[in-house]
Ligand binder design. Structure first.
Ligand code: SAH
Length: 251
């Protein structure tokens, strides 16, 4: 059995209880070494075989899965954050399907959640935006034309950009070209939940210079939207004049 497990954003105690249990029981762990906190590997049992997938190809990873399965070893494939977000797990799952090897997936705390926690913000503020767009700048992985930053920006929803912290200047220019005012609040969150965590608060006009000054080139998310500001409406859920399934409105 292969268990895909979300490692969480960095802090070792942000893995789920289920993920930690699976890590402790595994006979083999293949972890994404570039971003997974190595402290998590101390949960492995003695004798567990541990491989860093950073230097491996898909074929090599699948070969390890196959070997483990043949010898009846339980494997954890540890991905940073939540595996469903830029995790490249689909291609691994499809190979396992083809080989008839059983697998399951344990979710994790994605870095976009940890970044919101670090910045102490709420993406879905009433009266501001009820939508979060998770996207990235185009890199070596192409982004479909209909999803270019410029066209997504036209919604002026809350946006979080992964894998783009080396291209902040181009990113902010695209966001402005797409419809956000240059004064729109923007932030960069580096290594959310790690001891080195940093939150840089700025706006679209000034974030590129701030980002360059900081020297941060990777392991950061960029957020933009009016949710980073101070204007919003109170929620209906906790409004005393509003009834719902669990509470009657008071007079
Ligand atoms: N599956 C992961 C994302 C993997 S893609 C998740 O759910 O978070 C890798 C990108 O995620 C990095 O380039 C960076 O943009 C972001 N990232 C991962 N961990 C981060 C962290 N702790 N703080 C800020 N950004 C992070």
């Amino acid at each position: 059995m292969i268990h895909f497990v979300g490692a969480g954003p960095g802090a070792p105690d942000l893995i789920t209880l289920r993920g930690a249990k699976l890590l402790g029981e595994a006979g083999m762990i293949i972890y994404a070494g570039s971003l997974v906190n190595k402290e998590l590997l101390s949960m492995a049992k003695p004798g567990c075989a541990i491989y860093d997938s950073a230097s491996m190809t898909l074929d090599e990873v699948v070969e390890k899965f196959r070997e483990a399965e043949e010898s009846g070893v339980d494997t954890v494939r540890l991905h940073t954050g939540d595996p469903s977000v830029y995790g490249a797990i689909r291609e691994q799952m499809d190979r396992l399907e083809a080989l008839g090897i059983e697998y399951d997936v344990t979710p994790g705390v994605s870095s976009f959640c940890a970044a919101a926690a670090a910045a102490r913000v709420e993406y879905t503020l009433p009266g501001v935006s009820q939508t979060v767009i998770i996207t990235r700048m185009e890199g070596r992985t192409p982004v479909p034309e209909k999803e270019k930053i410029r066209s997504l920006a036209s919604h002026r929803a809350s946006m979080v950009m992964f894998l783009s912290s080396g291209m902040v200047r181009e990113l902010c220019a695209e966001l402005v070209a797409g419809g956000y005012a240059p004064e729109t609040k923007a932030a960069m969150v580096y290594k959310a939940s790690w001891p080195e965590q940093r939150v840089i608060r700025s706006n679209l006009a000034e974030l590129p210079a701030e980002a360059e000054k900081s020297g941060i080139r990777n392991t950061a998310l960029i957020m933009v939207g009016d949710f980073l500001g101070d204007e919003y409406e109170l929620s209906k859920l906790y409004d005393k004049h509003f009834s719902h399934g669990f509470r009657k409105a008071s007079e």
